[in-house]
Ligand binder design. Structure first.
Ligand SMILES: C[S@@+](CC[C@H](N)C(=O)[O-])C[C@H]1O[C@@H](n2cnc3c(N)ncnc32)[C@H](O)[C@@H]1O
Length: 463
């Protein structure tokens, strides 16, 4: 009897202990859940700190006192680079950004020279407005991890490999990019550019004026026509204000064979070397007066057609037409072969033939009526209409349509997407627009254009 009594007490005790333990387990669970939650929170804030450190890594500005580069360090190959500023671009991400600036001439960007580099940044830009084009030297800061290979597969080669230094691939030992952009204007410490292929936030190392007389080998060919150096010609030719005005007018009116305006200096060279064709050395330079311009133009055109001197001035369309009449080499040959670009009697420039005859073809671009209506909703920068989106960089709907055409006609897909995910929709952002399209055989069709959401854009003040 007493035994059964004890058993009852034991059971009761055990039940009490069990309930205490349950409570403890519950408390422990709450504690661990809380700890896990706070760990997760810590982890995510650590991750965002890491991301911003990663983003800022290239933005480190060397303090004023450390700015003086030591000659010794340079000789030792220790090169300290300081971004002079960061690109604000109509392209937010790599997807959909043209692979070269010429693909999309209506694209736009600005570059503000940092005060940390010069006390008066605007002073560094004095004189630059005399040039139409500038070289932009920059860092491919969004390459991801720093890796590179001796051979790369440029998208234009559709999977074929070639040496990295024979390409303009972003994945190279020093991740340095070089873009020839059009200089739209300079406002104080800010350079306004068009025809660009750099994304938002790109750190810029340097700007240099594009000087065809130095940078384009063909000017040497032209130079020999008149025998004296270009600079000599320039100083000899510009003799009075009247003549300079006439020259200016002539330069703005001069066209190439396709009706495109000629580069100012090329037009200058053509006239300064004695309106072409005459290879007599030291022929005195004659600046034509305004009334003579039509005959000079006729002379230039007849010379151009005679000598086929301005191959590089041909539009891409002309080049494609010219190429389509030649026999296309097989792919392996294409990698090996190169194409001479003729300037007069001598050849100064040679390029790999796959640049102009890539195994991937240019695409026709079309808009659905819906996408066209979408695009027309966008307003030019600074002309806000309530309830309607506006562009930050692109100047008009036409500019935007041209930019979209440029991007898509060059087939912006990776080789993987092009070959393995043909049916997938392709999205990219351009300025404040998010574009959806699809690709078919030989064409790309824009299905929708809508304003970018804040989560899709990385530019400050983009919306
Ligand atoms: C093929 S590279 C050519 C750039 C330059 N014109 C050159 O030849 O050095 C252009 C591509 O680089 C990528 N890109 C542009 N800016 C970048 C950046 N800051 N970081 C990483 N990739 C970038 C874009 O995807 C763009 O299509």
């Amino acid at each position: 009897m007493s035994e059964s009594c004890n058993c009852g007490q034991h059971v009761q005790k055990l039940q009490q202990q069990i309930s205490v333990m349950r409570k403890e387990i519950k408390n422990l669970r709450q504690l661990t859940d809380g700890a896990v939650r706070s760990h997760r929170k810590n982890l995510s804030s650590l991750q965002s700190v890491l991301t911003s450190i990663e983003e800022d890594r290239t933005r480190v500005v060397v303090p004023q006192s450390d700015r003086e580069p030591s000659v010794l360090s340079l000789e030792k190959g220790i090169i300290q680079t300081v971004p002079i500023g960061y690109i604000e671009s109509c392209f937010a991400t790599k997807t959909g950004t043209p692979r070269q600036p010429t693909i999309c001439t209506s694209s736009r960007a600005t570059l503000r020279i940092k005060k940390a580099v010069f006390n008066n940044p605007e002073h560094s830009l004095v004189g630059l407005d005399q040039y139409s084009h500038v070289w932009i030297i920059f860092i491919f800061h969004k390459n991801g991890h720093q890796s590179y290979k001796a051979k790369v597969k440029p998208p234009r080669l559709n999977g074929l490999k070639t040496g990295v230094f024979s390409t303009r691939s972003p994945h190279r030992p020093n991740a340095i990019g070089l873009t020839l952009a059009r200089l739209e204007k300079i406002a104080g410490d800010t350079v306004h550019l068009s025809g660009i292929d750099m994304i938002e936030g790109t750190p810029v190392l340097d700007i240099k004026p594009y000087i065809p007389d130095y940078d384009a080998p063909h000017t040497r060919a032209l130079d020999t026509v008149g025998s004296a150096s270009t600079e000599q010609h320039m100083s000899e030719c510009i003799s009075s204000d009247e003549e300079t005005d006439a020259l200016k007018q002539q330069n703005t009116k001069t066209e190439d064979l396709s009706g495109n305006p000629l580069d100012k200096s090329k037009a200058f060279l053509m006239t300064s070397t004695g309106a072409l064709g005459d290879s007599k050395p030291n022929r005195p330079c004659q600046i034509p007066r305004e009334k003579d311009i039509p005959s000079v133009l006729a002379e230039i055109k007849s010379y151009v057609s005679h000598k086929n001197i301005f191959t590089t001035l041909a539009t891409e369309e002309n080049v494609l037409q010219a190429n389509s009449s030649t026999v296309r080499p097989c792919e392996d040959e294409r990698l090996q072969s190169s194409e001479e670009v003729q300037f007069g009697a001598d050849s100064y420039t040679t390029i790999a033939s796959w640049i102009r005859e890539p195994p991937v073809s240019t695409l026709n671009v079309r808009f659905t009526p819906h996408a066209e209506r979408n695009l027309k909703e966008f307003q030019p920068p600074g002309q806000a209409v309530p309830g309607k989106p506006s562009f930050q960089f692109l100047q008009s709907t036409e500019d935007a349509a041209a930019a979209i055409r440029g991007v898509l006609s060059a087939d912006p897909r990776s080789v993987y997407r092009r070959t393995r995910c043909q049916d997938q929709l392709f999205h990219f952002t351009l300025d404040t627009a998010h574009i959806t399209c699809w690709f078919g055989e030989g064409f790309a069709e824009v299905l929708r254009v809508r304003p970018v959401q804040s989560s899709e854009c990385c530019s400050k003040g983009r919306l």
